[in-house]
Design a protein around this ligand. Structure first.
Ligand code: F6R
Length: 242
């Protein structure tokens, strides 16, 4: 794993944003795997600025998101569908027909998961996957104990994840308890991975990711098995790494 240590969130966003925009310029038809949550917001902001200033075009880019809550309407501001439109897609020249997010309201969720896997395969796989990390080591919504062989599936969210994500909702009760998430095997099949982390709350997880054992009890440790992972993290997030 390559580790890029930055001083703060602003530098992290610039570093990651520049890296992604550079990949888009050199491969205009790139398939990007995208994450939601608080961590990548600055990176998306950088990508929007770069698109406006330098003209990096996303017109031929396809995207697949890691996950979506089950049971929120697309129009709900907390759905990842709304998040992605507001935070990135509405501000760049991407063809929104080429942006894919699991449908958390599908009548047949199992079929939706299988279709999502099929969609990724039809796109030729993910070229560059952007990840955040949960305090408990989750990547996408793959919580501790998830099989490393997992593919896109319906997953329950842990109490800790529900509490962490409650900050985006008006009350904890509104946070969905289930999601559709790309599996760990799905993520590992990406050609390249960039994982972002900021802040003290991620320090323990980052030390386990970088120095810990590879175990399904800590989902992000699966990344140690991947040959092209770059971690971009700030000093606080890396403060416990030996
Ligand atoms: C989001 C996702 C999650 C987040 C993680 C960290 O699509 O898959 O794994 O990356 O929960 O969230 P933040 O960035 O809010 O700390």
């Amino acid at each position: 794993m390559k580790i890029i240590k930055v001083t703060n969130e602003l530098e992290l966003s610039k570093t990651a944003g520049e890296m992604i925009a550079g990949k888009v310029r050199s491969n205009p038809e790139i398939v990007l795997g995208l994450a939601t949550g608080g961590t990548p917001v600055g990176t998306y902001k950088y990508m929007i600025e770069d698109h406006k200033t330098n003209g990096t075009s996303y017109s031929k880019v396809s995207t697949v998101n890691l996950d979506e809550y089950i049971g929120l309407q697309k129009s709900n501001p907390n759905s990842y569908y709304s998040f992605m439109k507001e935070t990135l897609f509405d501000h760049i020249d991407i063809n929104q027909e080429n942006t894919f997010i699991p449908d958390g309201n599908a009548s047949d969720l199992e079929a939706e998961c299988a279709n999502y896997e099929k969609r990724i395969a039809e796109l030729g796989g993910v070229d560059l996957q952007l990840l955040g990390i949960g305090r408990n080591g989750h990547i996408a919504f793959n919580e501790p104990g998830t099989s490393f062989d997992s593919r896109t599936q319906v997953v329950p969210l842990t109490k800790e994840t529900i509490e962490d994500n409650a900050r985006f909702f008006s009350s904890r009760e509104e946070v969905p308890t289930k999601a559709i998430s790309m599996g760990i095997q799905t993520i590992l099949e990406s050609k390249e991975i960039i994982l972002l982390a900021t802040g003290k709350s991620k320090a323990d997880a980052m030390s386990k990711l970088i120095n810990g054992e590879v175990t399904e009890d800590f989902p992000a440790s699966a990344l140690q098995k991947h040959s092209n992972v770059t971690i971009i993290a700030d000093e606080e997030a890396l403060s416990l790494v030996k």
